[in-house]
Design a protein around this ligand. Structure first.
Ligand code: UDP
Length: 249
């Protein structure tokens, strides 16, 4: 069993290769599975969002996104094998999908972004099948008609893999609430990944993410939105850490 208790959640302590093998298996068994990629922001949100906690409890694969969580795992004496952020996993997933003939659907990001991401991916993975994209309107999560339209569009397209790029907690809650209605073998909430692939947000250089500073690079590109997330909300983690350590002993 790869699953281990970590902070206020459980995680699957796997390498990138193992994660891809697990995803392949979940696609094959067709049980409407979903993957979450916890980072510090998610851990903090789970403290006050009980539905998000439930999403995490029921997830089929829980990957660790972000160096800070890897460092914290050392405090527990049970080191996490590898940082697997959604944006690193995604190109590898596309490669596997191209090889095995799995199709993808992209839900989320601003108008035009998913289409541009699909175009860029087609250059790199010519045989990749992207069977649909949809950019939901602001506040769509409260609009039953739009949700029904999205679910029916996805089901008509019959993707093997659904990528939901709406940020946390919207993407996780969407997957969780509609996974019974959606007839998709596996869904992944991948945040800003489509923006990165489309090229309208730049990812930090490798050396910065390796030393755990990807968040700083992103904040410099979008300070208005991200200062609040990284410098205020996520700092609450320090308040929770002593409790996590005590309860994991
Ligand atoms: N987004 C969206 N609809 C919404 C809220 C967000 O399509 O109602 C998209 C937004 O355009 C961006 C992504 O969701 O593409 C949010 O990415 P974020 O930066 O929050 O992701 P993370 O930091 O988790 O990678």
């Amino acid at each position: 069993m790869t699953r281990m208790k970590f902070m206020n959640i459980e995680i699957d302590n796997v390498t990138m290769e193992e994660a891809l093998m697990r995803i392949d298996y979940l696609i094959k068994i067709k049980k409407n599975a979903y993957v979450v990629t916890p980072n510090v922001d998610h851990i903090v949100q789970i403290e006050t969002n009980s539905e998000l906690r439930q999403v995490y409890n029921d997830a089929n694969l829980i990957l660790t996104d972000g160096k800070p969580l890897i460092w914290l795992s050392k405090l527990y004496g049970n080191t996490i094998k590898e940082k697997i952020s959604g944006s690193d996993l995604f190109p590898k997933l596309c490669k596997m999908a191209e090889l095995k003939g799995y199709s993808l659907y992209f839900l989320g990001a601003a108008p035009g972004v998913a289409i541009k991401a699909a175009e860029n991916l087609k250059v790199k993975f010519p045989k990749l099948r992207i069977v649909g994209t949809y950019s939901p309107s602001m506040g769509f999560e409260n609009n039953r008609n739009e949700i029904d339209k999205i679910v029916s569009d996805i089901n008509k397209a019959q993707p093997d893999i659904l990528i939901v790029a709406l940020g946390c907690p919207k993407q996780e809650l969407f997957i969780y609430r509609y996974r019974e209605a959606l007839n998709v073998p596996i869904s992944l909430g991948l945040g800003a990944t489509l923006d990165f692939v489309a090229g309208n947000i730049k990812r930090s250089p490798k050396w910065m993410s390796n030393i755990g500073l990807e968040w700083l690079y992103r904040t410099a590109q979008d300070p208005k939105r991200l200062i609040k997330r990284y410098f205020i909300n996520d700092m609450k983690i320090f308040k929770y850490i002593p409790r996590y350590i005590r309860s994991n002993r």
